[in-house]
Design a protein around this ligand. Structure first.
Ligand code: NDP
Length: 523
């Protein structure tokens, strides 16, 4: 959807009329800097990152002294790169096609250096371009490197930056930061090995590990809901909460990335990072302040309190699935094993469900059910807090079932909050039904949320690491997931494929909750 962004100089303009947004300053200006995209010819830069840069400028979040440098193997010159980026913005920007005068000015600040990640001469050319930008564009020696490349080359790029004199220790006059795309490692050992290389060149405060889920408005609103309201916190604990269900369901399959996905699977791709991050936000204690480290400290403590999986109960406390052929939106789709670059005998899960417990005073014995899968009935990411049943049934004569109160934080595609509670059906008898009270961000505040990447790049440019994952949390999340990963890898699942594309997931996932007299919310 094309969205109108406001600019004081009127290119193209918009006025705030929604009283809910009156007096809200929307611009948090970033520092002047060069942003260097490694992997500049790739899909992510094209679809997300360059449109995000353009809209940061369009929204006046980014000041006029910035430079953007693309680096990848494609043998383009700067003019060709600008043309490619023009096409990307035309196709993917939320504000519609690139327009003059803004585009002409933006394009002047975009340059390209072709090269391979093992070519020191190319990195030296990159340094020359950055130095030139500092002189000509006023970027003040500030540098943000964005690794939008296959993870296998992250360490190599970091080593080359240091060799070429582009590391933070060689830049005392400005700041140097690095954004590292996911996945950060493919298991605990590889994550630690990567961190070792990162740590040789960058301090932790200069490292921004991106999990784009955390940049979504409704994810950020979890903290507002919890800590800017008084009514939820007193009941946000084991006395009132029966269970928490966190869902990240997709309708898409592997989308041409079968080769990557078949070595990853749902647990690595979604649960270890996105979904675990959501769990930490829901379960953390109130931070002492709203600074990045105060918040990340509390999230880390939650991860430390996660109960280690009992090796004897892994199969009981988890469920895995792999999609078969089926239909999505009325169209037939192939099964996972028939996707390009996927092994016909693949043991990789496209669906994962896990039950975790958090061993602390607030959450003792409250199950946190996490699930994520591809080719499910609906695209739906949400966190559902299911409260306990009423202690005594007063309205018994009609035999109506009185449902549990449920608070749902909707992350995508809907963005909002809804509360389910019981109400009397009008009429002479005391019939009770569940009804819901809904808040939707779009209609409530009259504004479409900015894409997560836009928010996150802006934050990295101003040095706010709140929404990025700290190393200790990444390591802890891997430690938690490793026993499951190892067990799943070492046991071939004969039931695969075990759910149809377009369904609610495998029956084993339903059994995980049914064993405790609970059921999943419908996807
Ligand atoms: P692509 O495969 O589309 O692009 C990879 C880029 O890296 C290309 O520009 C390629 O250059 C460059 N590259 C690879 N190897 C080298 C090398 N040895 N030397 C120089 N350049 C090299 O990947 P994506 O853009 O899709 O993804 C990038 C990262 O973002 C990955 O880590 C991915 O996991 C992550 N990610 C991507 C998402 C997406 O929606 N695409 C979503 C979330 C995360 P060239 O083609 O010119 O050779």
């Amino acid at each position: 959807m094309t969205q109108t962004l406001s600019r004081p100089d009127g290119v193209p303009g918009g006025t705030d009329v929604n009283p809910l947004r009156a007096g809200v300053a929307s611009n948090r200006i970033t520092d002047p800097c060069n942003v260097v995209f490694f992997g500049a010819s790739g899909d992510l830069v094209k679809r997300m990152l360059m449109p995000a840069m353009y809209n940061l400028r369009l929204g006046d979040i980014m000041p006029n002294n910035y430079g953007i440098v693309g680096f990848s193997r494609s043998e383009w010159d700067t003019d060709q790169f600008r043309d490619e980026m023009h096409k990307s913005i035309d196709e993917f920007s939320r504000s519609g096609p690139a327009k003059d005068p803004l585009w002409s000015d933006f394009a002047k600040r975009v340059s390209y250096v072709p090269g391979s990640f093992d070519d020191i001469a190319a990195f030296k050319k990159l340094k020359e371009q950055i130095d030139k930008n500092d002189e000509e564009l006023g970027t003040q020696n500030n540098r943000l490197f964005y690794l939008s490349t296959p993870p296998s080359v992250f360490s190599q790029i970091i080593g080359m930056l240091e060799q070429a004199g582009l590391g933070p220790r060689n830049n005392p006059k400005g700041w140097t930061r690095i954004i590292i795309e996911k996945p950060f490692g493919t298991d605990l050992d590889s994550a630690r090995a990567l961190q070792l290389e990162v740590g040789k060149v960058f301090d932790e405060r200069q490292v921004y590990r991106i999990d784009h889920y955390l940049g979504k408005e409704p994810v950020q609103d979890i903290m507002a809901l919890r800590f800017a309201n008084v009514i939820f916190e007193p009941i946000w604990n084991r006395r009132y909460i029966d269970c928490v269900q966190i869902t990240a369901a997709e309708t898409v399959g592997v989308e041409g990335r079968g080769g990557y996905y078949d070595n990853a699977g749902a647990l690595r791709d979604m649960i270890q990072n996105h979904v675990t991050n959501l769990l930490a936000l829901v379960a953390m204690e109130p931070p002492v302040t709203s600074t990045a480290d105060a918040i990340r400290d509390e999230k880390y403590k939650v991860l430390c309190a996660l109960r280690a999986m009992d090796p004897n109960k892994i199969m009981q406390d988890t469920a895995r699935g792999q999609y078969d052929e089926g239909s999505i939106g009325g169209k037939p789709v192939p099964g996972y094993r028939d996707e390009p670059s996927v092994s016909p005998q693949s043991n990789t899960e496209t669906y994962a469900a896990v039950k975790f417990y958090i061993d602390n005073w607030r959450w003792a014995d409250v199950p946190f059910y996490l699930r994520s899968g591809k080719r499910l009935a609906r695209k739906n990411s949400e966190i559902a807090i299911r409260f306990k049943s009423i202690p005594h049934k007063l309205f018994g004569e009609t035999g109506d079932h009185i449902g549990n109160n449920t608070l749902v934080m909707k992350i995508q595609p809907e963005e909002g909050v809804s509360l389910r509670f019981s109400a009397k059906v009008p009429g002479p008898k005391m019939h009770i039904r569940s009804v819901s009270m809904d808040f939707n961000y779009g209609t409530g505040f009259g504004v479409v949320s900015a894409p997560a990447y836009e928010r996150l790049i802006g934050d990295a440019m101003r040095g706010d690491a709140t929404l990025f994952t700290r190393w200790d949390a990444v390591e802890r999340a891997w430690e938690q997931c490793m026993p499951i990963l190892e067990r799943w890898q070492n046991s071939y699942d004969d039931s695969f494929p075990n759910y149809s594309a377009g369904s609610q997931g495998p029956p084993s996932s339903d059994r995980l909750l049914a064993a405790e007299n609970r059921e999943w919310r419908k996807i």
